[in-house]
Design a protein around this ligand. Structure first.
Ligand SMILES: [Zn+2]
Length: 320
């Protein structure tokens, strides 16, 4: 696709109905500001070169993908609000143009915190439609009833899509694909078609994954997300984790396989009527704890989430 000046160069192709419907069955609930433990606020941005004009920015919050080139600069995720000046400075080292597009992989505040700053300075924010729905409405913390304010107008995505969209930018096609009810109900994978790079958001992290049941996330959906993405990758694909070092297909496959084993064990115990304590005692994560424990959640925390998730999944299956 040829590109031209200003927003005219954005050829956003909306494709409806490609990946199945978006679930609306989850009730609006707490939107946690942070989905992962975070390093201290004085952290610097580390810039990792992935391909000509494409970079990984590692700082405080979710990993940022960056493309710079003839059309300007675009970023995938923007960490916490206080990181925006640092992200801007890192981009300025590589491009004399401001950030033109911000793509949000999902709604969490450690991936969308910079939206206010970038939105205010004119960046076009793009995300799956549930990101806008959830960030744009006041929500209530279900356990404390504390109100969670809607995000500012300029922090909201202005281009949204249900299932998929493509941004033709810097001589690559950035393909956005919604994976329903996985880490949240708002997740997309971003693929650089030509450069063979994918940004997985929090569908892929270095430790046991966070499954945000309050915003429509499910373990079964997370596993299905991996199964949708894995066949589209090859051994040379660079795979950006939401948190953690740059990964590859084999690491994503191993992460998926771990989740399947643990899910099946937990599901079996839940079906047999075991309590959360009994499931914990059975240590369904035992051979994976050294590799995945501690980076985000320890095994006990994670089994607790998997237990609740699979209990809900079992109830849903019974109702069908
Ligand atoms: Zn997240």
């Amino acid at each position: 696709m040829s590109v031209n000046k200003k927003f005219g160069q954005l050829l956003l192709v909306m494709v409806a109905g490609g990946m199945g419907g978006v679930s609306a069955q989850t009730t609006p609930a707490q939107t946690p500001m942070v989905s992962m433990p975070v390093p201290p606020a004085d952290v610097k941005i580390e810039t990792v070169s992935l391909a000509p004009g494409i970079y990984l920015l590692i700082g405080r919050g979710g990993n940022v993908g960056l493309t710079v080139g003839v059309d300007g600069a675009a970023i995938i995720d923007d960490q916490f609000a206080d990181m925006a000046p640092k992200i801007r400075a890192a981009v300025a080292m590589l491009s004399d143009q401001p950030v033109k597009f911000v793509i949000n992989t999902h709604l969490h505040g450690d991936h969308t915190g910079g939206n206010d700053a970038f939105g205010k300075s004119g960046a076009v924010i793009i995300a799956q439609e549930n990101v806008r729905k959830r960030l744009g409405t006041a929500q209530v913390n279900p356990s404390t009833n504390a109100p969670i304010e809607a995000r500012a107008r300029e922090a909201l995505p202005v281009v949204t899509f249900a299932d998929s969209a493509t941004l033709h930018f810097n001589d690559d096609d950035l393909e956005f694909t919604h994976l329903p009810n996985a880490h949240t109900e708002t997740d997309i994978v971003v693929r650089f078609r030509n450069a063979n790079i994918v940004h997985m958001g929090d569908l892929f992290v270095a430790g046991f994954p966070f499954i945000d049941g309050n915003t429509g996330g499910t373990l079964d959906g997370l596993i299905r997300a991996h199964e949708a993405v894995l066949p589209t990758l090859d051994d040379n694909t660079k795979v950006i984790r939401g948190h953690g070092p740059l990964g590859n297909k084999a690491e994503l496959a191993a992460f998926h396989d771990m989740l399947v084993v643990v899910r099946d064990r937990v599901a079996k115990l839940v079906k047999a009527g075991k309590s959360q304590d009994e499931v914990l005692a059975a240590r369904p994560t035992k051979e994976f704890e050294e590799k995945y424990g501690g980076a985000n959640f320890n095994a006990a925390q994670w089994i607790g989430r998997a237990y609740v998730d699979q209990k809900i999944a079992l109830e849903k299956r019974k109702k069908k």
